[in-house]
Design a protein around this ligand. Structure first.
Ligand SMILES: [Zn+2]
Length: 468
């Protein structure tokens, strides 16, 4: 298989470290809010990669962390802790927030046919491991204590910017996000391995450590959790491209300084999902979730197909218009497949040829849109029905679009203008509440009341009904 490797920025043949076994690591969610569909694009494409590696005969072990501590609102270790912000917003404890949004995340994944990873490890399970790795980094001279925290010293590395594509703009973002400059840092790219109470007093979860009562930085958790479950050599590390710097750059700095050798050979980065306002993000108020798509009448697998229609290394722009086009295509596809009679005996030679064209597409840097084309070719192919159904079933092991299911009639968006208006108002109210703009939130609630809409705040978000 040929994959684009962010390390080296070229397409390379994928060769695992240990024969047939593939160790794979995925940065998991920070469980302070629902995942938006832009985050989920990354998990969908990672799922396709994992399933394709299995399809190609590899024995994959995929590990994912759950960030339930230590991720600050800026990825560059500054600002408020995301988990604490979530807990405050919802008047819950950090652990309640973590449990609720972890469950919500995996529920979304299930709806999108994303396989559950082989290992899922919350950061709060691994405090001893973090302390061990940080101690070794201190012993080896790669880290230093300052002002109550422990920092990684990036000046000790031969090369820090390993992905080679860090531009001044990215660095400027890092600097801009730093509300106040951290005077403890020796170099501006140094980052925190362990915080103590000397800094964020509002931190709810703290643990004893050789450096005082405190909590780990965000980056150390992925280095440790990967090492804990996949050992010294990682074949492939996945994540959204916005994590390449500083998060993945810092993971490499820590892991390789700790191990004393190269750690991970292949880096798989999925590009952003864009909407009319640019890169989709939770900080922009209302954001698109799987639940919202379902409420609007979409089958979540339509969104999965929407993602598969484009290449993971290209930014993808989301509009309801294009999702509607995919919904129509998905409906038609399911109906065409359902109409294929299960007749005859499977023609093995022909099946192998049809599957080969699918494999060629995915072998070429996971070209899923070409993979979908080869699926349509199967429907048109001059082979019997049993062979077609068999080949489609094989392809669906990777695509996971429920292709052999009976087609449902619910894949279209409802064109009920009233529903859309109510949903928009609820999203605006949620955004206002998140921004603590109670006046606006109350005004919207009153407006909804006038429309005879009854709101119910449930654990799965806001549900509504029309008063009879
Ligand atoms: Zn990570």
């Amino acid at each position: 298989m040929i994959l684009y490797n962010s390390l080296g920025q070229t397409k390379q043949e994928f060769i695992p470290h240990n024969g047939n076994k593939v160790s794979m690591y995925t940065c998991g969610p920070t469980v302070y809010h629902y995942a938006h569909i832009g985050n989920l694009r990354t998990y969908i494409m990672e799922d396709v990669l994992e399933k394709y590696l299995r399809f190609a005969g590899y024995d994959v072990k995929r590990v994912m962390n759950i960030t339930d501590v230590g991720h600050l609102s800026s990825d560059a270790d500054t600002g408020e802790d995301k988990m604490i912000a979530g807990a405050k917003r919802e008047h819950k404890t950090v652990l309640e927030i973590a449990k609720f949004y972890t469950d919500a995340f995996f529920s979304d994944c299930k709806k999108l046919n994303i396989k559950f990873p082989d290992v899922v490890e919350p950061a709060t399970n691994c405090i001893d491991e973090f302390i061990h790795m940080i101690s070794v980094l201190l012993e080896k001279g790669y880290a230093y204590p300052a002002g109550g925290n422990v920092y990684f010293d990036t000046s000790k590395l031969d090369a820090y910017y390993v992905f080679g594509n860090i531009n001044e703009e990215d660095l400027a973002v890092g600097v801009r996000d730093s509300v106040e400059e951290d005077v403890n840092k020796r170099n501006k790219t140094d980052f925190v391995l362990w915080f103590t109470k000397s800094k964020f007093d509002s931190q709810e979860l703290k643990w004893e450590s050789p450096w005082g009562l405190g909590y780990p930085g965000w980056h150390i958790e992925c280095s440790c959790i990967s090492y804990k479950h996949n050992g010294e050599y990682l074949d492939i590390h996945c994540g959204g491209v916005d994590n390449a710097f500083p998060h993945h750059t810092n993971e490499i700095a820590q892991s390789e300084s700790f191990l004393g050798h190269k750690w991970c050979n292949y880096w798989f980065h999925v590009l952003h999902l864009l909407d009319a306002r640019g890169k989709m993000s939770k900080s922009k108020g209302d954001f698109l979730t799987v639940s919202l798509l379902v409420k609007k009448g979409y089958n979540p697998l339509v969104y999965r197909m929407f993602c598969l229609q484009s290449h993971y290394r290209k930014p993808l722009t989301f509009t309801y218009e294009s999702l509607d086009n995919t919904a129509t295509a998905y409906d038609k596809l399911l109906k065409r497949i359902a109409a294929i009679p299960n007749e005859g005996a499977i023609e093995q030679d022909k099946a192998v040829t049809l599957i080969a064209s699918f494999r060629n597409a995915l072998d070429n840097d996971l070209n899923t849109s070409l993979g979908l084309t080869s699926l349509y070719d199967v429907i048109k192919a001059d082979v019997n029905g049993a062979t077609k159904r068999y080949v489609i079933g094989e392809m669906d092991k990777v695509l996971s679009l429920g292709l052999l299911q009976a087609p449902a009639e619910t894949n279209h968006a409802t064109d009920d203008a009233l529903t859309a208006e109510i949903e928009d108002l609820i999203a605006q109210r949620t955004a206002a509440r998140t921004a603590r703009d109670w006046a606006t939130a109350d005004a919207i609630r009153d407006k909804l009341k006038e429309m005879h809409v009854v709101l119910l705040d449930t654990k799965n978000g806001v549900s509504w009904s029309i008063e009879k």
